[in-house]
Design a protein around this ligand. Sequence first.
Ligand code: PGA
Length: 257
Amino acid sequence: MMFQRTAMIAGNWKMNPRHSDAEALVKTIAQGIEGLEGVDVLVAPPFTHLALVREAIGSARIFLGGQNMHWEMSGAFTGEISGRMLQEATCTHVILGHSERRILFNETSETVDLKVRAATFLGLIPIVCVGETLEEREAGQTFEVIRAQLDASFHNFKADQLMRPSTILAYEPVWAIGTGRTATPAQAQEVHRFIREWIENTFNTGTAAQVRILYGGSVKPENIADLMSEPDIDGALVGGASLKGDSFVQIIRYGKA
Ligand code: PGA
């Protein structure tokens, strides 16, 4: 039996926008999704904007997420934020292992694994990112790279033989992020299918049927409908286009005009 997964459209704001522009952005999104059902909407602002964004969300159905966290609860970790602090700032989700963190800040699947474990322990829903570089794709290593990232980023889940069905994954080919070069729906579907099969083989069919797998990399209003028509694409993690309220709302309302 097919399991109906609720679509999720998540905005990864990265190190944007100015604090003074965040409120208007959230208000545009809130207004744009009023009365809309059947899709989960999330924004992941910079840490310093969390309180303002929570206030601006008000009663709108928008989830709040962090863009990263440390795996310890507290301690001498200058410059870091713990999962508990994210929760105190009313976050329900946290993006982990984004390729910018992996590549620019030397984050490894081993530390992603520690973070996934800490987030899950706290009840924060991790959105775990995986994806290959252009070099790896051209060398025919896409599946190998994704499998290695999955194995190492969910090491702890594997040891326990348990992945919570609420866990969210994001396939973000590095070559498609911020480049305007989107993976074709077929290219994305192929990897999403591979990830779902990995979940099925590593855990079980029920979990594989429930876990949402988002696509990320130059998602915009023009390409969201085609991507979402693929059976294993359950939503999108949107960078650039999530900073413009109108574009983000159009993405969320894809196919609902
Ligand atoms: P992009 O970023 O939509 O600007 O390509 C996506 C992401 O990095 O999550």
